[in-house]
Ligand binder design. Structure first.
Ligand code: 9UX
Length: 72
């Protein structure tokens, strides 16, 4: 899977548009950073390393022979 995305974005006409799109992208789970360029009309998105699934951690504990309690 790619660690960066390059996404064309249509409809942006001012700097505030850029800010809105960046904010929206940065709110997505797994996104580390986003930069939007008005002149090129593209969003460059850096993806975060995949976070661990808490359930996978609990399962690992179980497989190690111990019993995980409820994750908080
Ligand atoms: Mo600027 Mo973008 O006035 O929808 S915010 S055009």
């Amino acid at each position: 899977a790619p660690l960066t995305l390059d996404i064309p974005v249509e409809g942006m006409t001012c700097a505030s548009c850029v800010g809105r799109v960046e904010k929206a992208i940065k709110a997505v789970d797994g996104v580390a950073n986003a930069n939007v360029n008005l002149a090129t009309g593209r969003a460059t998105v850096s993806l975060a390393p995949s976070p661990a699934n808490p359930q996978a951690v609990a399962e690992a504990i179980r497989k190690a022979g111990y019993e995980p309690g409820d994750t908080k």
